[in-house]
Write a protein that binds this ligand. Sequence first.
Ligand code: ADP
Ligand code: MG
Length: 548
Amino acid sequence: MSQARAVPAVGIDLGTTFSVVAYLDDLGRPTTLNNAEGDKITPSVVFFEGTDVVVGKEAAKAIVTDAESIAECTKRDLGHRMFHKSLGGRQYPPEALEAFILNKLREDAKRTIGEFSKVVVTVPAYFDEVRRKATQDAGYMAGFEVMDIINEPTAAAVAFGFQQGFLKQGQDAGEKKRVLVYDLGGGTFDVTVMEIGGRDFVALATDGDVQLGGRDFDERLVDFVAEEFIRKHGIDPREEPNSHGRLWRDCEDAKRTLSARTKVNIACDYKGEAVRIEVTREQFHEMTQDLLDRTAFTTRQTLQAAGLNWEQVDRVLMVGGSTRMPGVYEMLKNLSGKEPDCSISPDEAVAQGAALHAGILLDRYAGKSPNFRIRNVNSHSLGVVATDAKTKRPRNAILIPRNTPLPVAAKRVFKTQKAGQRSILVQIVEGESASPDDCSQIGKCSVRDLPPDLPAQTPIEVCFRYHDNGRLAIQVTVEGANAELHHEVSRENSLTQDQLDSWRSYISGMPPASIRDSADFDFGPDPSLTTQPAQTRVWNPTPEGDLS
Ligand code: ADP
Ligand code: MG
């Protein structure tokens, strides 16, 4: 593909339970990097020991001795103001904990490829806008310049495309291939239908569950053993954090054994009492059947949203460590009527696809034409809260429905409620429900200092521009107000620039950098955008203060 690069192309799969770093070698081949412990995958675990911050395998070990000082599955908390438990007496924003993990990955990768700062970080396709921003912020705090974020299933499909030779110079793969990517990791589940045609990677539909993964399968075993313990000895080994941690570790291990063998013994001792239980693969299937069923349901729905049936799908790609469970293979085989494809590494494909994407971006910066193109869809509908003219109740007025090809710009016209209204509040929400309460709140955009004499029913045009990485820019235009309107998006649970800078210096020792959230305010012309036809249904926007 290309010769040695001055700046390495690095992709990071920042997983809920494990993280992976890959780069493009001198021949342009994606290659997974070993961490300082010599492993390709790094547990996404942070352990606070006094003033020391330990990340990875050593941190994971401390789950049996210092469970209370350990942050696990931080990715599940992204979008919240603070991580769900305090660590060493201190509260941390989840993105700062993610930054500690990224910082270790950076330090370790540096040993092989030298200093670097530009990276692509992956996110579950089903991540909403708030979680995407939090991921970018984590990268910044870890001392990186995050060139882009890319959806994990898309990255896996790119790695698959590379492996299949689709990306070779001069080769045109000819006919289009449709690939369903089923990604079951430790904490999240994602499914995406992609069409790979020549060097175009086009997502057709995507869906998922950010609260479903291998951890939930572990938990079923943990509960099974704990209940047996209670039945026998009347005490619960989950009540004490370290004993809970030990049980969890042993059950995760047993789960892995059940992928290779048909039965396993799990031993648990607590307060001088003990149980030893044999669990068969069949029993494990039974106790986790509903979890697999949920993924099957979502997979079916996504295929439907893509407008395809199973005959039209060429490959079913399995990604994520949890696809090693034999039950997943069986379920997908029954569902699709074809043998699932296990040709890409379930652990490495995502990071490697991200590295390929990083290579494209660096080439583009250097003025070279890109080797392949990625087209995404949005995973959640985006709208604003407006008052329904008929019912007078707040409603989610959707501007961009889910599964719309990105990038996209969409406009919708609203009207002011009162004469002389001096301010309007645009509340941005993400979700499918008509009720704003059931949607995720992205932020608010206040437009103040409207001209004093605007009549009621003055048209307000709200324009969303959704970038192909799932980040959002917003513009509000008021007819008759020709002065430039000052508005800014204030986010619900986001750190300020000063906070980000001080975390960055604390975690990575890097000075502040000027590349900041371009998605929020940059509203320059973008020739690659398609504009959706403006919707003309009339909703009254909420005057500021009218709604809590
Ligand atoms: P994430 O990207 O969400 O961190 P990964 O794709 O790295 O997740 O997958 C990690 C999950 O895969 C963990 O829940 C782990 O227990 C599970 N896993 C890994 N290997 C096996 C195996 N052999 N059998 C069953 N589960 C496995
Ligand atoms: Mg993953």
